[in-house]
Design a protein. Sequence first.
Length: 137
Amino acid sequence: MTEVEALQAALAGEHAALYGVGVAGGKLGGARFRDATDTFSRHRDNRDHLSALVVAAGETPVAAEAAYDLPQAVVNAATATALVLLIERRIAAVYGDLVEAAEQPAVRAFAIDSLLGTASSQLTWGGAPLAFPGATA
């Protein structure tokens, strides 16, 4: 995978993450709603940065889909929380791929920071610490 392909994959992942966290946020209240708002903001910032990196590479950023199929129904706070945790786990894998494919030090640093951010977010959403967040094995 090239750096630009990995950037586009991360951007597509962020588009999907924003959609899913937005849906989940609608079923959350109190502190969990604030957590969802923080998570949404982080994904929005990452999306914007990835878009800028893709443009700087001379490519057109992949567009968001109009809607995404969610892997599970979001009917209450428990299913909303489970969805956000799943999103964070999936986006970690995408950032792991970007770390591997990055050719530019600034892109690699961004990918590592994003991977660390999503690993930390997994803990917020009830995940367990992993030695290598984003690793498939």
